[in-house]
Design a protein around this ligand. Structure first.
Ligand SMILES: Nc1ncnc2c1ncn2[C@@H]1O[C@H](COP(=O)(O)OP(=O)(O)OP(=O)(O)O)[C@@H](O)[C@H]1O
Length: 253
């Protein structure tokens, strides 16, 4: 992890009507970090991700990516600047094949255009990259299957490959282990741990074992607010964090 802040949020808020889902959150994410955001249900984690990826517009505050103000930029401009996200609700193309899903993302990134994109043989560079990525996420023998035929865990692995195909500097993972078996979670944890340091990872996850295995930095949110940020040990020992969790149906263990 470097000393440089790749992402900085300054007093960012999001209101839905009179409800404040994200309340004046300030936060920095270092380049190369494995940074997790945790917190009880409804803490505002997914909303915060939406503000960073650009699927939601911030009410107030500023979001800086590598020092550049991206607060008002649409999603595709943020992708072009190196932000990629996987979401709780899959954004894969279910009828296309596994390989086509990754290839599409690689083509969009390379600016090659999508004309005749199904003629994969004409796209050798992107095709090779897509194959390498599928190998990296553990789906080397699934290329030609329609996404709809994959298991839940395999789809989550594919989402990571699709996100990586855009060559992100900042990878946002929203509950990547949700609904996964222990074996699938372990494989995903290893995949994330093995990502090159050029990819900064910001992760929302309820599986605290995974968080504490992966993260070098943990932010805790509660009721839309930033509660604390620190090392996993700091967060584990925090009485404030324990109270936030014990006040809900979940318990930090
Ligand atoms: N589009 C919306 N309109 C109204 N309220 C919303 C909307 N999106 C989220 N909220 C509310 O904002 C609060 C924060 O939701 P958010 O999904 O960000 O929390 P979270 O920390 O990601 O929770 P979880 O861990 O359950 O996914 C919740 O009370 C939720 O009901």
């Amino acid at each position: 992890m470097s000393d440089i802040d790749l992402l900085e949020l300054r007093g960012v808020s999001k209101h839905f009507g009179s409800f404040t889902a994200v309340d004046e959150v300030s936060l920095t994410v270092r380049a190369g970090a494995r940074h997790a955001i945790i917190g009880p249900n409804g803490a505002g984690k997914s909303t915060l991700f939406g503000l960073v990826s650009g699927t939601l517009a911030a009410g107030t505050g500023t979001i800086l990516l590598d020092g550049r103000d991206v607060t008002r930029l649409p999603v595709h401009r943020r992708v072009a600047l190196g932000t990629a996200a996987t979401f709780q609700h899959s954004s894969l193309f279910m009828r296309e094949t596994v390989l086509e899903n990754v290839l599409l993302a690689a083509l969009l990134r390379s600016g090659a255009g999508l004309g005749g994109w199904r003629k994969v043989s004409a796209r050798t560079t992107e095709l090779a990259r897509a194959r390498t990525l599928l190998e990296r996420v553990g789906l080397p023998d699934r290329h030609d299957l329609a996404v709809g035929a994959l298991s839940h865990g395999e789809r989550r692995q594919l989402e990571v490959a699709v996100a990586l195909a855009t060559e992100p500097r900042l990878l946002l993972l929203d509950e990547p282990a949700a609904g996964m078996s222990p074996a699938e979670t372990q494989r995903l944890t290893e995949l994330i741990a093995d990502l090159p340091e050029e990819v900064t990872v910001l992760l929302i996850e309820h599986d605290l074992d995974m968080v504490f295995e992966l993260a070098d930095t943990v932010t805790v949110m509660h009721l839309g607010r930033h509660l604390t940020t620190g090392t996993p040990d700091h967060v584990r020992a925090s009485a404030e964090v324990r109270r936030a969790y014990l006040g809900t149906t979940e318990a930090a263990s």
